[in-house]
Design a protein around this ligand. Sequence first.
Ligand SMILES: C[S@@+](CC[C@H](N)C(=O)[O-])C[C@H]1O[C@@H](n2cnc3c(N)ncnc32)[C@H](O)[C@@H]1O
Length: 312
Amino acid sequence: MSAQVDLSGPALIDVIAEGLSRSFKELPARVLYDETGSRLFEEITRLPEYYPTEAERALLVDCASEVFAMSQARTLVEFGAGVQDKTGLLIEAGTSFGSLACYQPIDISSEVLVESAQSMGRVYTGLDIQPVVGDFTTYIALPESPRPRLTCFLGGTIGNLHPVERFEFFNRMGQMTGTGGYMLVGTDLLKDVERIIRAYDDSEGVTARFLLNVVDVLNSECDTNLDKDDFDYVPLWDALENRMDLRLRSRREQNFAIRDQGIRLAAGEEIRIEVSTKFTLEQVREEFESAGLQVEHQFRNDDFALTLARVG
Ligand SMILES: C[S@@+](CC[C@H](N)C(=O)[O-])C[C@H]1O[C@@H](n2cnc3c(N)ncnc32)[C@H](O)[C@@H]1O
């Protein structure tokens, strides 16, 4: 495995201070993924209510060989790679096909990224694995590697971005893929709303712990002294935007400072931490096309879709 490259971008404390100074308070989803948060997310993916992981895995089993036959990719780049669990299916297809030489997993959560890349390195010994600590909401100058590239964004993480951010992301992803390369993006599909809500409000309370862990992240990043018991986890379905809207609600008025900036949370005030948008196949195709990307194929099952696009 190559040494990790750190391109993590703006300091988290600045991002948090900005988000909490808005009239409607909102933080980027990356605040969820310190080491504890990343482990809690892994636990979520094993919950019976959380269907996206297994739905996407089933699709990858079916389509990974076809994706490599079409893309002939020599480098696989993965945005928001996390534990890189399902990626093994793509790597195995790429090595069986014979083209894949290099894997570049990108994540903001460096501990989990590096640990997972190391264990991938023990399994796929012939592959050059180059972990990159980076923020996918910015352009990341990837280390040079053999072309063409296949870039992938799994887990439905694209749905954590707002519409304008998705448009910008698709543009950047296209640039980072390069001419002649392919992009593979996983999206959770719109379905029975009760089933979606249950996936974010599990009976064991793991998702609530995942969201409340943000209070610990604020304390460690911003030197605050907030108490988890002063917050409730609030999962909402937003029927206008077709998305889950995951928030923390303050149980009482709270006043604190980040650097020199005073922050006031009123009793009952909410902080949006993450949205998770659910898509129709047509909407995904339109979003790719409006970013100038040509959709080659959409693989789907009842729950999930993988869209493969070519960068012309
Ligand atoms: C929903 S999880 C998906 C993980 C994995 N790809 C999967 O399919 O299970 C989102 C991943 O994106 C990472 N992430 C979140 N925001 C990020 C950002 N701005 N830049 C880079 N990685 C980010 C998290 O650390 C986490 O590993």
